[in-house]
Design a binder for this molecule. Structure first.
Ligand code: FRU
Length: 481
């Protein structure tokens, strides 16, 4: 269905994304059950089928062959409000060797693992299987596969194959730590360890774990990555995702150090997990996250839908200094033509932009402070300051339209730069979101609800010499999602 951002006079009343996944008329939160099979990426997600606020949670479903164009599919898993409960977050795996035994005629089972959250607020882990490549799922008749061990918060199971021992490992968050379980048939699980005490950020409950191995293409070293979303306690308030890099021996996860690292420093990248069974999965993982924050997710101004996903992203293990970090880049590239950029960049003149766009440029790493001010005719502006002197980026949405419910935030991200190397920036502006990627450094996602598109850009710098190179702007087409 073709969506437009309607405006009354020149004030917006709706903010439908043009190139980010969302579901019109519905509430959406975390991505769930991500797997790639038969040349298709499957995206399941927390869905309220009846409303645009959180509640009555089912698993919605969509598919894509390019991670850009998504086709909505029927609801995949239905809440059992009078039984084990609503269908909370979790993952999915492709069971190539039918370890689960669900296949009877040579099919390849897809196993979805998720939490059921009952009316009495008891959380247990359940599963469902698909024998038709993910088109439909059947609830396992002996659910739950993991009963509640007496914890209020016990959820979001994510399964990974541990090749060395030929077993499946399941990570489940429990309060502010993770419990690891092992299984050879995906049905019965034995707890082997816990991780979390004394490590990482603990400002809130741990949610949506993801554990996977990655081999660094440069050094050939394989390490394990553990993603943990946390709410509240993020670096800029509310929800955010931290990650650990370390060793996993089939039982215990041991991080290389005790530093807290954030996968995305912005206010609006949460509960992200990675796809199972993608090409090149040993060296890169494909990731997507919910583009919101529990601080205000239920109150964002467009009540005709709520909750979009970030751009799909590629995560790679990269060596940095003595250690390793996760490098994040967009997993999609939009085939659109270049927007004309006159030679005005370093003359402090405003540039007229399309409504939604991407922008790439390189900044000389010369200690300068550069501000990008994205504005509209209503005098709203979103200001991004790239401060190479104090080594940080500050994004200020306090004058960018919608301000209520704690939305007026100036958020920052530290920049750990390599001396002498230019700073490569890629940014993506959709109707109500901004995503920024600094190559080899980190990324930053922020929702914005301006009342008209931010289609003017002024660039200012305190540098005496020209310091922005190779500026490229592209208009992104409406993908009609
Ligand atoms: C994360 C989360 C999960 C839970 C789901 C419920 O955003 O709180 O921990 O399973 O959302 O919708």
């Amino acid at each position: 269905m073709q969506q437009t951002s309607e405006q009354t006079g020149n004030q917006r009343t709706t903010w439908h994304p043009k190139f980010h996944f969302f579901k019109d008329g519905h509430w959406v939160n975390d991505p769930n059950g991500l797997f790639y099979f038969d040349n298709t990426y499957h995206l399941f997600f927390q869905l309220n089928p009846d409303n645009t606020v959180w509640g009555n949670i089912h698993w919605g479903h969509a598919v894509s062959t390019d991670l850009m164009h998504w086709e909505h599919k029927p609801t995949a898993l239905f809440a059992e409000p009078d039984g084990l409960g609503y269908i909370f977050s979790g993952g999915a795996v492709v069971d190539h060797h039918n370890a689960s035994g669900f296949a009877k005629q040579g099919e390849i089972p897809i196993i979805a693992t998720f939490t059921q959250h009952s009316k009495a607020e008891v959380q247990v882990q359940s599963m469902a299987y698909s024998l038709d490549g993910g088109a439909t799922f059947t609830m396992y008749e002996h659910n739950p596969v993991l009963p509640n061990p007496g914890l209020k918060d016990f959820r979001d199971p994510k399964v990974v194959w541990f090749a060395q021992d030929q077993v499946w490992i399941k990570a489940v968050v429990a309060g502010q730590c993770v419990h690891f379980y092992r299984s050879s048939d995906l049905r019965s699980w034995q707890k082997v360890s816990e991780f979390g005490q004394g490590y990482g950020a603990h400002g809130g409950v741990w949610e949506c774990p993801d554990l996977f191995p990655l081999t660094c293409s440069n050094t050939g070293r394989e390490l394990w990555v553990l993603l943990i979303s946390i709410n509240p306690g993020g670096p800029n308030g509310g929800s955010a995702t931290q990650y650990f890099i370390g060793h996993f021996d089939g039982q215990h996860f041991k991080p290389l150090d005790n530093e807290t690292r954030w996968l995305d420093y912005g206010t609006d990248c949460y509960a992200g997990i990675t796809w199972d069974n993608t090409p090149q999965i040993n060296t890169q993982r494909t990731y997507i996250a919910w583009m919101s924050n529990w601080l205000y997710a239920n109150k964002t101004p467009d009540n005709s839908w709520r909750g979009a996903m970030t751009l799909p992203r590629t995560l790679k293990l990269a060596q940095k200094g003595q250690g390793y970090v996760l490098d994040t880049t967009p997993a999609v590239s939009f085939a659109s033509s270049n927007w004309p950029v006159a030679d005005v960049v370093n003359e402090h003149k405003a540039i007229a932009l399309p409504d939604v766009y991407s922008m790439h440029f390189a900044l000389e790493n010369n200690g300068a402070v550069t501000t990008l001010s994205f504005s509209n005719d209503l005098n709203e502006q979103f200001i991004v300051t790239i401060d190479l002197q104090n080594k940080q980026i500050v994004a200020d949405r306090t004058q960018a339209g919608y301000q209520d419910n704690g939305f007026a935030i100036k958020a920052s991200m530290p920049l750990s730069l390599t001396e002498g190397e230019p700073v490569q920036i890629a940014l993506y502006m959709d109707t109500c979101s901004f995503e920024l990627f600094v190559a080899d450094v980190g990324c930053f996602t922020m929702l914005l609800f301006p009342n008209a598109s931010l289609n003017q850009l002024a660039i200012n710098t305190n540098s005496k010499s020209a310091n922005i190179n190779n500026l490229q702007i592209k208009k992104i087409d409406d993908l009609a999602l």
